[in-house]
Ligand binder design. Structure first.
Ligand SMILES: [Zn+2]
Length: 158
């Protein structure tokens, strides 16, 4: 999966607990599958999770996800709408059979396993966001082949 660059930082916020308070209001997030980033596009949804939206987008042959954020006021009226497009790429789409992704922080040792590479990216992004100067390494584990480190996977300058 490729993230549109400017959306990366904001994207990670989705993975924080739902109903996060934003000042006096609340934030509500949902996902749509969509076929383009044009004004006149087909959208399908909404979905509560990115995984659901992504699954549906692939079924429909849509190439994008759209994440909507509603900032709700005290009376649950929508005060602000933010949306971010995320481009789906084939590389990350279908998990290769028997391949899982493992992230491990080189600084503190915290680790996790993921089914999709984008989940590894999100995990690493949140971890590095919450712990400054930690560096997460990514490993691909294939059945019969063992663990292989994917170097420079997030464009870190070595
Ligand atoms: Zn760490």
């Amino acid at each position: 999966m490729k993230l549109l660059n400017q959306s990366w930082t904001r994207l990670t916020l989705v993975y924080r607990p739902k109903g996060t308070e934003v000042g006096m209001g609340f934030k509500e997030t949902f996902w749509m599958a969509c076929d383009s980033t044009e004004q006149l596009r087909a959208e399908y949804g909404p979905f509560h999770t990115r995984a659901e939206a992504e699954t549906e987008a692939r079924k429909l042959g849509f190439g994008y996800l759209l994440r909507y954020e509603h900032i709700l006021g005290p009376n649950e009226e929508i005060e602000e709408v933010r949306c971010v497009f995320i481009e789906l790429t084939d590389a990350a789409s279908s998990p290769k059979t028997g391949v899982t992704f493992h992230t491990r922080c080189a600084s503190c040792g915290e680790s996790a396993a993921h089914e999709f590479s984008w989940q590894a990216e999100v995990w690493a992004d949140i971890h590095e966001f919450e712990h400054s100067r930690h560096k997460v390494r990514l490993f691909e584990h294939a059945v019969g082949e063992g663990l292989r480190e994917i170097g420079d996977w997030r464009g870190h300058a070595a």
